[in-house]
Design a protein. Structure first.
Lengths: 334, 304
């Protein structure tokens, strides 16, 4: 792990939202998570709705103030909210939101939108703004005719390209992708993903990629972290995550991907039926937060919160029954 | 570390291939949308005609001297004829000439109020909306509530009866009770726009408060403000006419539409032209602004 060039390190991040009307109740959106992200790497964050994946993104970017924990970017502490971060830092970390229909101001032209980061960060001389905007449009393969058009006249995929170009304008090193394709047609999703992959190579970008689409994750990510109720259940390199999942929750999710052919069926892990819904983050179950839905739950799961266990190098699992090197072994049974 | 990353190269951009910003085309589109409703075009035509008539009254009216304190008993109380198309009043002055001149007072009232109320109300609304939930916004909004509770016309009458009744005083009093409507309108838009994802995006990029307030949020408020302004022009003119009807607006001998209606009331129904034509003039001008305002509202509502 020593040779990894981690640019982002998240340690013990927590985000609690107060519940209105009751003093000591909190929504535990994120409940102590750790992860790292290397230069040029894509870390995928998956999870159901309400698992805290978007909140994690917003805390990394500083749109929300975290309750506890530490985030460092290239060794620099960035645990503070956006308003307290230096301008130079904002240049380095950018975000692409889910719905380009809402992330682009309808009253501003594409030129206005793309030249804003140039003006704020003085990327180039004012007389070069037009050229720079054109270069950005080339980067995401948008025709120049769109330059003075309003977002409403563009298609969904094209708008998302504008949002990506805006994020790239300051030549950042980390881009948070908050479900960048889930608001788009399937036909344009592939184009967006391919563009993102191409740009990552060209500009040596790191992505923190958030999605609930597991097959997309497989194509995009180098490593995958799966979140459940504000915690990371399992984090592993993509191949190991899909071929050798250890956590019962991961297995449950992977076995719920619909398949068509026999071969695909064989690739699936042991069938675990998905049961129930994710509990409310206000009343997180005691012990292991997944025990209410886990088919293997034992007494220990209801009482004791499991530790992160390193199953293989870079593959850690939060489960009582996961043993280093051996994987998932049910104790007490033979 | 930054050198290693692929930088954006602008040297290869061929400037001749870049499009030019075409503002005229944009205006043409706006006009096209507005012109879809024929009624609003009629309204706009009325407004333009009234404004032009008020500006160039000297060249339009047949008896420019009649706008002052002129007495000409030979021509008194004449019904509409070729010489006086709207008849004459009891001192022999041409009603048509006086109505055209009275447009000036009516427009002055409307434009004056709007020019004071919109910037003040708008800026207060921007501030209270942007810093929503802080003491600043609470102070502004509670103050607005207090002023909203004052009945506008009664306040105007109080002010006019304490100070000398005049058009300026009436206007000022109207403004005092009127700015909160704009503060509320703008406040509501800003509060809802504030949480839009594109504002978040601008914040992530590091945009200043000034930029977010005036470049990202303000353009979104202009449409509704424009609509309300146009509709309120009609309302202000109506209020001005009401005030001059009760003698608290423009003072004689300067003609005012409300004053002319009120002067003619005593001569009804025999000398009907004294009140009916000024009353029609009020109706026309208010109708013009209302139709235009509706047109603008429709034009903006289907921009998406």
């Amino acid at each position: 792990m020593a040779e990894r060039n981690d640019i982002l390190v998240v340690k013990g991040m927590k985000k609690y939202f107060p519940v209105q009307g009751s003093k000591d109740k909190f929504v535990r959106a994120i409940d102590g998570i750790n992860f790292t992200l290397a230069q040029g790497e894509t870390l995928g964050l998956v999870g159901e709705s309400g698992s805290g994946k978007s909140t994690t993104a917003y805390n990394v970017i500083g749109m929300e103030e975290m309750t506890e924990g530490e985030v460092t970017f290239r060794g620099q502490d960035i645990s503070m909210p956006l308003s307290k971060r230096p301008l130079a830092l904002k240049k380095e970390i950018q975000i692409v939101f889910q719905d380009p229909g809402t992330s682009l101001n309808p009253q501003r032209t594409i030129y206005d939108i793309l030249s804003l980061p140039l003006k704020i960060h003085k990327v180039c001389a004012p007389r070069d703004y037009v050229k720079y905007v054109a270069a950005l449009m080339d980067l995401v393969e948008l025709p120049y005719e769109y330059m003075y058009k309003y977002p409403a006249t563009l298609g969904g995929g094209e708008r998302q390209m504008v949002a990506i170009a805006r994020a790239l304008a300051t030549a950042p090193s980390l881009i948070v992708l908050d479900e960048p394709t889930s608001a788009l047609d399937v036909s344009v999703q592939a184009k967006i993903i391919n563009t993102l992959l191409r740009l990552q190579k060209e500009m040596d970008l790191s992505y923190l990629f958030i999605t609930h689409d597991l097959s997309l994750m497989r194509n995009m990510s180098d490593r995958v972290a799966i979140m459940y109720l504000g915690r990371i259940a399992e984090i592993a390199p993509t191949q190991s995550f899909f071929q050798n999942p250890q956590h019962p929750y991961t297995k449950m999710l992977l076995s719920s991907i619909p398949v068509v052919s026999e071969e695909e069926e064989q690739l699936k892990p042991t069938q675990i039926h998905s049961a129930g819904e994710i509990p409310s983050p206000v009343n997180v179950p005691t012990g292991c937060s997944f025990h209410t839905r886990c088919p293997f739950a034992r007494d220990i799961c209801r009482e004791k919160d499991p530790e992160m266990v390193e199953f293989e190098a870079g593959h850690t699992v939060r489960c009582h029954f996961c043993q280093a090197g051996k994987g998932f072994v049910l104790g007490g049974e033979s | 570390m930054a050198e290693a990353r692929g930088k954006i190269d602008i040297t290869k951009i061929d400037e001749s291939r870049l499009p030019k910003r075409d503002r005229i085309e944009h205006l043409q589109k706006i006009w096209y949308k507005f012109s879809l409703s024929k009624v609003s075009v009629v309204g706009l035509a009325i407004v333009i005609l009234v404004v032009l008539a008020a500006i160039f009254y000297k060249f339009i009216v047949p008896y420019p001297e009649d706008v002052g304190a002129v007495v000409n008993f030979k021509a008194a109380n004449q019904p509409p004829s070729m010489a006086h198309i709207m008849g004459t009043d009891p001192t022999g002055r041409d009603i048509f000439s006086r109505i055209i001149y009275a447009f000036r007072g009516a427009l002055k009232m409307g434009i004056g109020c709007i020019a004071v109320v919109v910037p003040i109300g708008g800026i207060l609304g921007l501030i209270s909306g942007y810093w929503n939930g802080t003491w600043v916004s609470n102070l502004i909004m509670r103050l607005a509530d207090v002023f909203l509770a004052l009945p506008a016309l009664i306040l105007v009458m109080c002010v006019s009866s304490i100070m000398k009744p005049s058009l300026t005083n009436a206007m000022l009093a109207l403004c005092v009770s009127w700015w909160p409507y704009y503060t509320r309108l703008v406040n509501n838009i800003v509060v809802s726009t504030r949480n839009e994802v594109y504002i978040r995006s601008a914040e992530v990029l590091g945009a200043s408060n000034g930029h977010i307030l005036f470049r990202e949020i303000l353009p979104n408020t202009l449409g509704p403000i424009l609509t309300k302004m146009t509709l309120d022009m009609g309302w202000a003119i109506m209020a001005g006419a009401t005030l001059s009807y009760v003698g608290m607006g423009e003072q004689p001998p300067t003609p005012s539409l409300g004053g002319m209606v009120s002067n003619g009331v005593g001569y009804l129904p025999d000398q009907w032209w004294l009140s009916v034509f000024p009353a029609f003039a009020i109706m026309l001008i208010v109708l013009g602004f209302n139709l235009t305002g509706d047109g603008i509202k429709d034009m903006l509502s289907d921009t998406e």
